[in-house]
Design a binder for this molecule. Structure first.
Ligand code: 4NP
Length: 153
């Protein structure tokens, strides 16, 4: 069965849609399924933020088909690994885990790379280049995740 990976941020319109699109572009979709969700419910059903759509398009990835949804405790059953973008998302998701098995599935995305930056900053209220920076942080982590997944039996 395919490995299922869920990317989580607060709004599911800026960071986690980028993480979904970037990781999915680096792996075989028959083997690895990637989805994303937000801990908040402000933008349910919306497309990703235009600035996330633009920066991913610049690097050849189309995320415009994605629609915002909220993280649900059922996601613990439906996904193998849950990556959160920052500590606040991490705390919110892990507080919903019903057992240790579920808690073990939750990681911070930047744990996957050697980086002084531990969190993917929220670019929503910042200037446009925040999205460029966030794209590259996520891209680096997703390259590492893809490499590890390729090497797994
Ligand atoms: P995201 O960014 O968590 O990367 O999708 C945000 C988007 C919207 C809001 C906050 C963060 N908001 O408060 O509406």
């Amino acid at each position: 069965m395919a490995t299922r990976i869920l990317m989580v941020c607060l709004g599911n319109i800026c960071r986690s849609p980028l993480a979904e699109g970037i990781l999915q572009s680096k792996v075989n979709p028959e083997k690895i399924m990637v989805d994303s969700a937000g801990t908040g419910s402000y933008h349910l059903g919306n497309k990703p933020d235009e600035r996330s759509i633009a920066v991913s398009r610049k690097y050849g990835i189309d995320i415009s088909h994605q629609r915002c949804r909220q993280f649900s405790p059922k996601d613990f059953d439906n996904f193998d690994v849950i990556y959160t973008m920052d500590r606040s998302n991490y705390r919110n998701v892990i507080s919903l885990a019903r057992n240790e098995d579920q808690a073990q599935k939750v990681k911070m995305l930047l744990e996957e790379v050697e980086s002084e930056i531990r969190e993917v900053p929220d670019p929503y209220y910042g200037p446009g280049d925040g999205f460029e920076k966030v794209f590259h942080l996520i891209d680096k982590a997703c390259s590492e995740i893809a490499r590890k997944l390729e090497n797994q039996p």
